[in-house]
Ligand binder design. Structure first.
Ligand code: MG
Length: 161
């Protein structure tokens, strides 16, 4: 069974969305580097790499299933934030939006009775639970610690493998 045209187009759009996410996090990493928060920057660099990896996984899957992928232009990403809390509130909001995009893809796969795609996408459904929870917990910690303890968070986040 090959991917339906609708699902193939959804994968194509999602590849672009994952690349956009990667650039968003790269832009956030640059912001942190400029602020001298190298631990935050390193965490964000890893996040950016992970998003590009998602794009690669989706490209491989869609092509394996006979879908059509074209790499198009990636829209410009935001560049300025006021403080680390603002950045991570943005991360949380963005990850909730990505979860909605993945859920819509699952709906298409379900309408197509495409079990392989459902199975593939459920991996991303689980991934989004983790992404939302991680972002939310960093937001909560930043609120809890406050500005004078950004150094502790910077140290902690810099340890991300
Ligand atoms: Mg992703």
């Amino acid at each position: 069974m090959i991917l339906s045209k609708k699902l193939s187009e959804a994968f194509n759009a999602q590849v672009n969305a994952e690349m956009w996410s990667s650039n968003l996090y790269l832009s956030m990493a640059v912001y942190f580097k400029k602020e001298g928060l190298n631990g935050f920057a390193s965490w964000m660099m890893k996040q950016a790499e992970e998003e590009m990896e998602h794009a690669h996984q989706m490209i491989d899957y869609a092509l394996d299933r006979g879908g059509d992928i074209t790499i198009g232009a990636v829209n410009v990403v935001p560049t300025g934030w006021g403080n680390p809390l603002e950045v991570f509130e943005h991360v949380y909001k963005h990850e909730c939006y990505v979860s909605e995009l993945i859920d819509k893809m699952v709906e298409i796969a379900e309408a197509d009775k495409d079990n392989a795609s459902r199975d593939f996408l459920f991996g991303f459904v689980r991934e989004q639970v983790e992404e939302e929870s991680t972002a939310k917990s960093i937001v909560d910690q930043l609120k809890h610690y406050g500005e004078c303890h950004y150094g502790i968070m910077d140290h902690k986040l810099g340890k991300r493998e």
